[in-house]
Design a protein around this ligand. Structure first.
Ligand SMILES: [Zn+2]
Length: 135
């Protein structure tokens, strides 16, 4: 039986990879704890790299997909001939975040906490968080 070194719960295989992540010093961390660790990292460092998921509802997610934020994105300028996507989301504490994804061949979004996001992005976020109705 494999247990999580953080919460000590048994790590269950549910068809997605190993069921755990490997942290510093080879510690095993269940996917739930990965999300907690990522939240802590965001709060302490004001930045994080997440993955852009644009399947159904657009989201940015952590590696095992246990941390997810609804996002909006807009295609921005081109960087070295690659399209740039500006991604915006609100985190678990209500903070605003801005991320950049460069190119269509990657899901990686490099995100940082920001004080202000542009009006258009804010409106789009308010809409997905049901704070305003679109008329
Ligand atoms: Zn755990």
């Amino acid at each position: 039986m494999v247990t999580c070194d953080v919460c000590k719960n048994e790590i269950k295989h549910d068809g997605f990879g190993t069921g755990y992540g490997i942290g510093k010093d080879n510690t095993k961390m269940c996917y739930t704890c990965c999300a907690e660790e990522d939240k802590r990292f965001m709060e302490e460092n004001n930045k994080i790299t997440l993955y852009h998921s644009t399947n159904d509802n657009e989201e940015v997610i952590n590696w095992p997909g246990t941390l997810r934020f609804r996002s909006v994105s807009f295609q921005g300028e081109h960087n070295w001939g690659l399209p740039r996507y500006d991604v915006y989301f609100i985190d678990h504490t209500g903070q605003k975040w801005y991320g950049r994804r460069i190119g269509d061949n990657t899901d990686l979004v490099h995100c940082r906490k920001v004080n202000h996001i542009n009006w258009f992005a804010q409106r789009a976020l308010d809409r997905i968080h049901n704070k305003i109705s679109w008329s």
